[in-house]
Design a protein around this ligand. Structure first.
Ligand SMILES: Cc1cc2nc3c(=O)[nH]c(=O)nc-3n(C[C@H](O)[C@H](O)[C@H](O)COP(=O)(O)OP(=O)(O)OC[C@H]3O[C@@H](n4cnc5c(N)ncnc54)[C@H](O)[C@@H]3O)c2cc1C
Length: 610
């Protein structure tokens, strides 16, 4: 099954994406306009991205002392992407957008992620500009966001510092008012920033005329000291080159300097940088300090940034999914063509018989089916979450609020589940290719290296797990979890009526019960250190239960909704569902056992005994 046919089924049959056109915001759209967007993106990805995926891996970005050099293919790909209008796909018509549903935008971006995940850093630019459209002033929108949407400028997200990754409350970049008239600047209250930002993706390059950094920094209190914790954090626009209110470059370079490029395991098509802000390499008006314009109110920076981070998390989940999918397709193709071994019969092997193709071996089929169930399941989950984003923005108030809460609970899963299991899919793809998979003659090792990032950035696996068990399932009196449980139970009730799915329905209801009981047991002592010590096994069990629900719902749609589906496609979805229920879902019992008993094996292990 091709990616396009899988997407078509999930979007049009399962999620009924066409019904979004009944909403005023999307009224001009139809399946034809959605398909036209997919055709364009599929073509650009095929022509401008896929052929150069290995090029950007081997020709790593390098700094010639003045400029960061990237392969020409990356310049061409980004130009084609900007020309397609995808940077502002979801924005209003008035500012040149297409008012596309987010569901369609996310699906269209899947083609690029599969073709070459690291050539497109566009999600940072879109996320940066989208944030400014929500929290920026009119001038900030006009000068910065609009030029990002057109592709003239690109965007970054500068949170991390060398000493502050997971713990953002410990950032030390400071911002002080720039002169007595600092509040009078038409681009926003003007500050001077000083500090170091680590790991900044797309932080330096020549792909666009300018780079718009969104930077978290602390404004010192009246005693000159930084306010501890996240409360003191504010958000600033820090352009690499200063811009006038007319959107034109003033010719003044801002005091942001590249300290160095990080040399990564994968994802090498995107630069990754250590940036020095305000150290005086490029003084502005004779003074050290990077000029930055406040976004929103002082001390509310993290709240504004979260707007961008939630979108980014769904996009990261989608990227992980598509890397998994790329490995799945490559290993499937290989397995169909590689002759190796002979069938074992009752009389032993017949050495004179022709060899089998490896796809005929049950163990190879197991590895392919695992990949299919992880990657197609994850794709369905990401699209489901994207549909919830559209519900949150355009449905009636009650449905919108339900979508908001469901997203709160599902976002850690949408980010983390594909990061772990589609990475596992990449590992299985290497295994299917055997020794060849371990070489650079085939693409699967690069997919694994590229995918390895996703458990680390945008909140590590451990941090996402603590967010889920420590915050999301408890918030608003556990209402988000209850809403999710109601949807899972509704799917199980419908599936219980379908003979082929009834046993899965029982297993799903049982899994949900196990997760609910474990949630309570984890918190029974009320001690966060005890409850959260096994947050990752909880995330794994929760994620597997969500994926089992998604697969059952997809299988129901395949059996009951789509009369046009081919026999092979339907058998594929039913087989992947069965695989997930027989080989994967039973794992949750072991994961939840340590959660429920608040097992302290790891927490209590003495450091000196390692
Ligand atoms: C290629 C790449 C691109 C990136 N792009 C950007 C970017 O564009 N902008 C940006 O701001 N950042 C970016 N990052 C930074 C990324 O978000 C951080 O690496 C991440 O937040 C983790 O921080 P850290 O690396 O300092 O690890 P640490 O925070 O030191 O974590 C190390 C380990 O300790 C665990 N840990 C930490 N604290 C706890 C705790 N309280 N409880 C339990 N476990 C804990 C973590 O889960 C992790 O396993 C990027 C990183 C990489 C590698």
């Amino acid at each position: 099954m091709s990616l396009r046919s899988t997407l078509d089924f999930l979007l049009y049959q399962w999620l009924d994406a066409e019904s979004l056109n009944q909403r005023t915001r999307f009224a001009d759209h139809s399946r034809e306009t959605f398909d036209a967007v997919f055709d364009t993106c599929e073509r650009i990805a095929r022509e401008k991205y896929a052929p150069f995926n290995r090029t950007v891996d081997t020709q790593e970005p390098h700094f010639d002392g003045e400029k960061v050099i990237l392969p020409q293919a990356t310049h061409d790909a980004q130009k084609a992407y900007a020309a397609s209008g995808m940077l502002s796909a979801a924005q209003d018509y008035e500012i040149g957008g297409m008012q596309l549903p987010y569901t369609v935008e996310a699906a269209a971006n899947a083609f690029f992620a599969m073709a070459s995940v690291s050539m497109g850093s566009s999600l940072l630019t879109t996320g940066n500009a989208n944030l400014l459209m929500v929290h920026g002033t009119d001038a900030q929108k006009g000068v910065f966001a609009t030029n990002e949407f057109s592709g003239r400028f690109s965007g970054t997200m500068c949170l991390s510092e060398p000493q502050a990754g997971s713990s953002l409350s410990d950032i030390t970049t400071r911002a002080v008012p720039d002169g007595a008239d600092f509040e009078a600047d038409p681009l926003g209250a003007r500050y001077r920033l000083k500090g170091n930002k680590m790991w900044i993706s797309a932080g330096e390059h020549e792909l666009t005329e300018n780079i718009i950094h969104l930077v978290l920094a602390k404004i010192p209190g009246s005693d000159g000291k930084l306010i501890p914790g996240t409360k003191g954090i504010s958000l600033f626009i820090v352009p690499k080159k200063l811009v006038g209110t007319d959107g034109q470059l003033t010719g003044v370079r801002n005091d942001v300097a590249l300290a160095g490029l990080n040399h990564k395991l994968g994802w090498r098509g995107t630069t990754n940088t250590l940036l020095n802000f305000g150290e005086g390499k490029y003084p502005v008006n004779g003074q050290a300090g990077a000029v930055g314009y406040l976004v929103g109110k002082p001390h509310e920076g993290l709240r504004c940034m979260f707007h961008m981070m939630n979108e980014a998390r769904i996009a990261i989940g989608m990227a992980a999914t598509m890397l998994g999918m790329a490995g799945y397709y490559a290993s499937l193709d290989y397995a169909k063509n590689r002759p190796q071994g002979r069938p074992m019969t009752g009389a032993g092997k017949d050495a004179a018989a022709p060899q089998s193709r490896i796809i005929e071996h049950a163990d190879v089929k197991r590895m392919l089916l695992a990949q299919k169930s992880y990657c197609e399941g994850a794709l369905a989950l990401e699209l489901y979450c994207a549909r919830l984003v559209d519900e949150q923005h355009t449905a009636d108030p009650q449905a919108a609020d339900e979508a908001r809460l469901l997203l709160e609970v599902l976002t850690p899963i949408a980010k983390s589940w594909p990061s772990e299991w589609c990475l596992e899919a990449n590992s299985l793809a290497i295994q299917v290719l055997g020794g060849y998979g371990y070489t650079r003659d085939f693409p699967v090792e690069q997919y694994w290296r590229d995918n390895r990032l996703n458990m680390i950035h945008e909140g590590t696996h451990g941090i996402q797990a603590m967010d889920l068990l420590g915050r999301k399932v408890l918030m608003e009196g556990g209402k988000g979890l209850q809403l999710l449980a109601a949807r899972i139970n509704a799917t199980a009730a419908r599936a219980a009526q379908v003979p082929e799915l009834a046993a899965h329905a029982d297993a799903l209801a049982d899994a949900l019960q196990q997760v609910s009981s474990a949630t309570e047991a984890a918190w029974a002592s009320g001690q966060p250190t005890e409850a959260l010590a096994n947050a990752v096994p909880y995330l794994q069990a929760f994620g597997h239960t969500v994926l089992a629900w998604i697969w059952l719902d997809v299988a129901l749609a395949s059996l009951t909704l789509d009369a046009t589906e081919s026999i092979a496609a339907r058998a594929g979805r039913m087989g992947a569902t069965r695989y997930f229920y027989h080989y994967e879902l039973p794992k949750i019992a072991a994961w939840l056992q340590v959660v429920s008993s608040r097992d302290a094996t790891c927490a209590d292990f003495p450091e000196e005994s390692f």
